[in-house]
Design a protein around this ligand. Sequence first.
Ligand SMILES: NC(=O)c1ccc[n+]([C@@H]2O[C@H](COP(=O)([O-])OP(=O)(O)OC[C@H]3O[C@@H](n4cnc5c(N)ncnc54)[C@H](O)[C@@H]3O)[C@@H](O)[C@H]2O)c1
Length: 261
Amino acid sequence: MGLLDGKIALITGAASGIGRATAERFAAEGATICAADFDDTNGKAVADAVGGLYVHADAGDANDVDAMFATCERELGGVDIAYLNAGIAIGVGDVTALTDAEYHRIMRVNVDGVVWGVRAAIPTMERRGGGAIVATSSLAGLIPFAMDPVYDLTKHAVVGFIRSIAPPLLAKGITANTVNPGMTDTNILNADTKAMFAANDFPLMPATQIADAVFTIVTTGRTGESWVCQPGRDAEPYRFHDVPGPRTAGAQGRRPPDVQP
Ligand SMILES: NC(=O)c1ccc[n+]([C@@H]2O[C@H](COP(=O)([O-])OP(=O)(O)OC[C@H]3O[C@@H](n4cnc5c(N)ncnc54)[C@H](O)[C@@H]3O)[C@@H](O)[C@H]2O)c1
């Protein structure tokens, strides 16, 4: 008996790295996998390895994403878990050198892909009576990342979006969280970057560690959280600080005179 017996999990970016490891982890727990990617060769190989369905979909294309959910629902019966994981980095540290094409290339998959995915997931999950949405952000969604500031922008966007949609989705029985991995040993890191980390004794996590975190996230029932993954530690929800409220003006948020500085 697996903890995901009877569940249908749709995973974008499933052909490689974290997506692939999560497909394998979920399948080992009994889930039926819908593996989506635009890398057909490796995507089909993953789907075959886990006895699942492969769907070709460009995560940055709204029509492809809608069709991906429709295919999963038609072929497998629904979607209980949507893991919106497809993403790229561009590695442009100098923003003055950023081309329009690079900017749009990363925005469409890292940001649009999550928005289109959530938009399609909600009605599909409502027809199943609920579900779990997880989007892959990054540690770069919580901290600055000077090596790739536009990547950092996209991953912050994912955190803000998912935390914003989570509260109203509770009434529909749908949870929404992000997973925020630190450096993980996948194809998104090129050979030079991996060599740099190795030379500095900086540990990279195996993709299986992130898959374990995503499994924890979808099975806890918690929502609106961003789960940090770091080498040598269990995944844990990031503790966001409260922002300062207004000091004056307006009834709400006004402090009693004796505590005002
Ligand atoms: N590896 C890391 O250090 C790290 C750290 C934090 C976050 N992440 C995030 O993890 C996610 C998965 O990346 P990974 O590390 O497994 O890298 P990866 O390159 O191994 O896998 C990414 C997958 O996404 C697919 N993909 C890319 N663009 C796509 C598109 N437009 N449509 C459909 N599929 C597309 C690729 O074909 C590939 O299969 C990404 O969102 C990435 O930003 C990675």
